[in-house]
Ligand binder design. Structure first.
Ligand code: PEP
Length: 252
């Protein structure tokens, strides 16, 4: 039985006051023994999050890392070694906003994925199709190509120490959510693609769903057999809403 993970991607949101308030809210959540919980603050607030949440089970992640795994002359970037040094355990790789707006190509993402694992930072590989790709029946082709780009270049074994987040781009921040059946169809496809190469890794890997998850749709999504939790954007900025999603995950 896979553990569920409820993870909050704060994106480029928050300031000194709002982050302090959000962290104070998170400290007061009721811990669910069978569910993992993580937050991905903007890099500026990672150290504060690590300190504020040190007595909680909340895992801290970064939203991106550099292609070089260790300190180097790369202005504006953050190395996986630096993220680990301040207490990060996870890193998002290939969030659609970075793929579509910030130039993260498959080949750059391979380097970032590799750099993260070189420092024992666990990658959360984000994959998903755009609305147009879905309408053109390219969903499975896009997922296959995004996943194969990692599996074929680095080997299937790297997925033994990674998490996948299926995030249909059309559902991110739009209020549109994939139906539980639509999400399950893709999650099961992802697991079968991995199983073709390694059945044990496929059964073990956590596959999160992301795309407008809220307290009122989480139950139906998390009930699906291949959905192992959620990557939550907007709703993770409110400790009560995020806490409610986390509690729902505890009911699976
Ligand atoms: C995300 O940014 O990963 C995300 C899923 O955002 P939202 O929940 O706001 O759609």
């Amino acid at each position: 039985m896979r553990r569920l993970l409820v993870a909050g991607n704060w994106k480029m949101h928050g300031n000194s006051a709002s982050v302090k308030a959000l962290l104070a809210g998170l400290v007061n959540l009721t811990w669910q023994q069978q569910v993992d919980i993580a937050v991905f603050p903007p890099a500026l607030f990672i150290v504060e999050a690590v300190q504020s949440l040190k007595d909680t089970p909340i895992i801290i992640g970064a939203q991106d890392c550099a292609i070089e795994s260790k300190e180097a002359a790369l202005t504006g970037e953050i190395a996986a070694s630096q993220l680990v040094d301040v207490g990060c355990q996870l890193v998002l790789i290939g969030h659609s906003e970075r793929r579509l707006l910030l130039g993260d190509t498959d080949s750059i993402l391979i380097e970032k994925f590799k750099a993260a694992q070189a420092q024992q930072l666990k990658p959360v590989l984000c994959i998903g199709e755009t609305q147009q790709q879905r309408e053109n029946n390219q969903t499975f082709a896009v997922i296959t190509s995004q996943l194969n780009s990692i599996m074929d270049t680095l080997s299937i074994d790297v997925l033994a120490n990674a998490i996948i987040a299926y995030e249909p781009v059309w559902a991110i921040g739009t209020g549109l959510t994939a139906t539980p059946e639509q999400a399950q169809e893709v999650h099961s496809f992802i697991r079968s693609l991995i199983a073709e190469k390694n059945e044990a890794i496929a059964q073990k890997i956590q596959i999160l769903y992301g795309g407008s998850v809220k307290a009122d749709n989480a139950q139906a999504l998390f009930a699906m057999p291949d959905i192992d939790g959620g990557l939550i954007g907007g709703a993770s900025l409110n400790a009560d809403e995020f806490g409610a999603i986390y509690r729902i995950a505890g009911n699976k």
